[in-house]
Design a protein around this ligand. Structure first.
Ligand code: PSU
Ligand code: MN
Length: 305
């Protein structure tokens, strides 16, 4: 197994890095039961990896295994990720190493730091974390936003999860200097829904994203780039129903006084239940679509060199 600093690379990722072939990094929280219920989580993992491979790139899943920070998980280790319930954000990485955590699933913040450490430029997720409703009271703002401000990685997502405070999330990204680009859209995508009604800058070609990245590097701007890819039309939830269910799930979280890292998994679960599972195929479809777009961008980076 290769290693870059404290990051252990699978053979496949090691080889792809040394050959300069396109690589897409992936988080692992979304594939654990914290992100998706069984068996949809296994389905999502399988579909993301095969989409990335079928389009000609290598999938590099991040996780913590036996206290090692890993980039690239082998098939025999998939089961450990799927069943894991220990969520590891960027700040948890040092402790999970020190305590030799047996398995931890990495969030966007942890994964961006791992990808950046290995020089991987494209990272794919479902939806990033952001500013939660009630921020004034709870100060709950995902570490994903700070990680985007810190690591020069293109983060491909279907926007931020629709149950977040999306206007505030965009404000914070602006304050942190993170460019937010819409993949063929002017409207910040809202995860299960194509539109949030919030304006962002449209890009129509992967080449533009690569140029933005290279220009930012040349200017010594330390930030990453957030690319928002809308869920394919046929898979989005009915907007009216979707937004009202999200309101209900938020009220429930508030009523039981939920705080901290448990909030996101709770709302994802509540939505799956309330939509009688309809949110799950939508979640799978957007992940697969993001994986496809990620490969397009990763390949464009190869062209540019
Ligand atoms: N998007 C999903 N499912 C998830 C997450 C995002 O569809 O499980 C995870 C990601 O790992 C993200 C994390 O980084 O939730 C954000 O959690 P928090 O709001 O606690 O920062
Ligand atoms: Mn949080």
């Amino acid at each position: 197994m290769g290693r870059i600093g404290k990051v252990y690379l699978s053979e496949e990722v090691s080889k792809a890095l040394s050959e300069g072939s396109p690589i897409v990094a992936l988080e692992s929280t979304v594939f654990s039961t914290l992100g998706l219920p069984e068996p949809a989580n296994a389905d999502a993992l399988e579909r993301c990896i095969s989409t990335i491979e079928d389009h000609g790139a290598v999938a590099a899943i991040t996780a913590v295994i036996n206290g090692e920070i890993r980039l690239g998980i082998t098939n025999s280790e998939w089961g450990q990720i799927l069943n894991c319930t220990t969520k590891v954000a960027a700040r948890d990485l040092p402790l999970s190493m020190a305590e030799e955590l047996s398995v931890g699933v990495t969030t966007v913040s942890a994964s961006l730091s791992i990808a950046a450490a290995a020089g991987i430029k494209v990272f794919c997720t479902g939806g990033i974390g952001g500013v939660h409703h009630g921020y004034e009271e709870t100060a709950d703002l995902s570490a994903d936003l700070h990680a985007l401000a810190k690591h020069q990685v293109v983060c491909v997502s279907a926007g931020a999860k629709a149950f977040l405070d999306l206007p505030k999330t965009l404000e914070v990204l602006e304050s942190l200097g993170v460019p937010v680009l819409g993949w063929d859209t002017n409207d910040f995508p809202a995860f299960y829904l194509r539109n949030s009604g919030l304006p962002i800058r449209r890009v129509e070609h992967a080449a533009t994203i690569v140029k933005v990245f290279e220009n930012a590097s040349a200017l010594d701007l330390p930030q990453g780039i957030l690319v928002g890819v809308p869920i394919p039309e046929e898979h989005q939830l009915d907007p009216e129903k979707g937004w009202s269910l999200i309101d209900r799930a938020l009220e429930e979280a508030k009523r039981i006084g939920l705080r901290g890292p448990g909030v996101t998994p709770f709302i994802l679960k509540t939505l799956a239940r309330e939509t009688s599972g309809e949110s799950i195929p939508a979640n799978l479809a957007l992940l697969e679509n993001n994986a496809r777009v990620s490969v397009e961008i990763a390949k464009e980076f190869q062209e540019y060199i």
